[in-house]
Design a protein around this ligand. Structure first.
Ligand code: ATP
Length: 248
């Protein structure tokens, strides 16, 4: 049921150490059937938000100091990364972070670690689906991931996340550093993932791309939500055009 897989971030504050407040009173919502974009300049707190949701804030330094995160009726605040994955929320981290020494196939299999209750047949089906979606990964299944191009590594990171059968995918800068043709391919895949019924929270510096893909968007500015609204509306806003779309 749709209502049971909405991500709700409510009044979230995150601090690093004693003095850095990276997020302050941030609230946002990702409906089960939505693509939501999170925009903002460097250091605005976008990665921090994803990490607070996925349970991967740096140990001993990043702390949720107020607020809550829930996915459907499952509270995620303070849960481990493994618990969050088990709840169906899977992050594709920035910078790909594939296991460069492992083969493409083993990287994909690693996406199943800690995922229980789906069984072996499902793992085989998931692998076949990922190879369908990214034929280049099938061609290179035996190669070390470190030999892939940047775009292929991004595809591998997305494929690895899909192996866990996410209900919500957290994407951190999937277009970063990629050539336009590859970005278009990644955008198609994000649409496809969404069409298959998976919610997407998309962090992007490429605001034009994000607003094109998303239904709804939030703009973070120094740790606070500065603007939010339907993506189409935001892409017409003068402020967004000036600050994030590079127009005068
Ligand atoms: P970028 O696009 O550069 O990744 P961002 O919007 O994702 O930026 P964050 O990485 O979330 O922003 O950073 C938000 C704030 O928190 C920044 O002021 C940053 O310096 C600080 N910060 C991030 N990680 C840490 C950390 N591990 N320790 C201390 N401060 C941190």
């Amino acid at each position: 049921p749709a209502a049971s897989s909405t991500l709700l971030v409510q009044h979230l504050s995150v601090t690093y150490g004693r003095s850095v407040t990276a997020l302050h009173d941030v609230s946002l919502r990702v409906p089960a059937d939505g693509i939501v974009a999170l925009l903002g300049a460097n250091g605005a707190g976008k990665s921090t938000l994803l990490r607070a949701v996925s349970g991967t804030l740096p140990l001993h330094s990043g702390t949720v100091s107020a607020g809550s995160v829930t996915f459907g009726d499952v509270p995620l605040t303070g849960r481990t990364a493994a618990d969050v994955v088990a709840a169906g929320v899977v992050q594709v981290p920035e910078g790909r972070r594939v296991f460069t020494g492992l083969s493409v196939a083993d990287n994909l299999r690693a996406g199943r670690l800690g995922v229980s209750g789906l069984g072996r047949d499902d793992a085989r089906r998931a692998l076949a689906e990922v190879y369908d979606l990214f034929p280049v990964l099938a061609d290179r299944r035996g190669q070390a991931a470190g030999l892939l191009s940047g775009g292929e590594q991004q595809m591998l990171a997305m494929g690895r996340a899909l192996m866990a059968r996410p209900r919500l995918l957290l994407l951190d800068e999937p277009s970063l550093g990629l050539a336009p043709l590859i970005v278009a391919r990644i955008a198609d895949v994000i649409r496809h993932i969404h069409d298959q019924g998976t919610g997407v929270l998309l962090v992007e510096q490429n605001a034009a791309l994000a607003l094109e893909l998303a239904d709804h968007a939030y703009v973070l500015d120094v740790g606070r939500v500065r603007l939010e609204g339907p993506a189409e509306e935001l892409s017409r806003s003068d402020e967004i055009r000036r600050l994030y779309l590079g127009e005068q």
